[in-house]
Design a protein around this ligand. Structure first.
Ligand code: ISJ
Length: 246
């Protein structure tokens, strides 16, 4: 059995649908976790394939990008934000999202090179997301952000800000293996993911819709799944920025 760790957010449901409705399901053992944990499982060799934050690629001694699909965006993504009570140029403290790795790093890349500010990073803040201090902001990803962009005076969509900065789309998470897997399996796996994306309309029927967030628009038009040439270029550029941060 090939151990697969997928992201537990709504944006991954088409992939999970594809894996569940394809013969490859007989060959895999699927678990769902928040993104930072998907990466940790690959690092600890508790999984063979994961949909992992791309920033975590830098922590893997060996990795293979096994799929033509990813969690990406070309402009607005609608689920990755810095939420703040003050304009970004005034942020002094930035709380990181404990579930993320890519977006925490993306926030710092953009703050440093695009917005030209250097706030203090707060990891595992006990008051995460409470914005008690007027110059403290926080990064947040995934379903927890749905419908929140009007709840704060400032909400910066980080995929859009990356596009403003570089002109490129962005890759948040990619399907990665920590060892070489049989080509036949990799092809079947990729085929299953495609099957899920091709049947997003069926996936909607299995989902609880929400009054404050357009899930169909999100999965059809905001999350941009193909890992195409421009996204690979963006990925290489982003990893170089992350390496230079530390
Ligand atoms: C766009 C998103 O991308 C996510 C962002 C990640 C990160 O910041 O590490 C990891 C996985 C992706 O699912 C999201 O889930 O909102």
């Amino acid at each position: 059995m090939i151990r697969v760790s997928a992201v537990s957010y709504t944006n991954t449901l088409p992939f999970i649908y594809g894996l569940a409705h394809h013969p490859v399901k007989e060959e895999i053992q699927l678990t769902v976790d928040y993104p930072a944990l998907c990466a940790q499982k690959l690092i600890d060799d508790e999984a063979d394939i994961g949909l992992i934050p791309v920033a975590s690629l830098l922590k893997l001694p060996e990795y293979h990008l096994v799929s033509d699909y990813c969690i990406g965006a070309n402009g607005i993504v609608n689920s990755v934000y810095i939420f703040s009570n003050c304009p970004v140029e005034e942020i002094e403290f930035l709380q990181l999202d404990p579930e993320s790795n890519t977006s925490n790093n993306l926030a710092f890349v953009l703050l440093k090179h695009y917005f030209k500010v250097n706030p203090v990073r707060l990891i595992n803040a006990v008051d995460y997301g409470e914005l008690k201090h007027p110059k403290t902001a926080f990064v947040q990803i995934g379903d927890r952000t749905f419908g929140k962009q009007n709840q704060y005076p400032y909400a910066y969509d980080l995929a859009q800000e990356w596009k403003n900065f570089t002109g490129l789309p962005f890759v948040f998470a990619a399907w990665v293996s920590n060892k070489k897997l049989p080509e036949k399996f990799v092809n079947a796996f990729n085929d299953a993911l495609k099957h899920g994306l091709d049947n997003r309309k069926e996936v909607f029927k299995t989902m609880q819709m929400r009054a404050n967030f357009d899930l169909e628009d999100y999965l059809l038009h905001k999350i941009d799944y193909p890992l195409d040439t421009q996204k690979r270029e963006a990925l290489a550029l982003f990893l170089n920025y992350v390496k230079a941060l530390s």
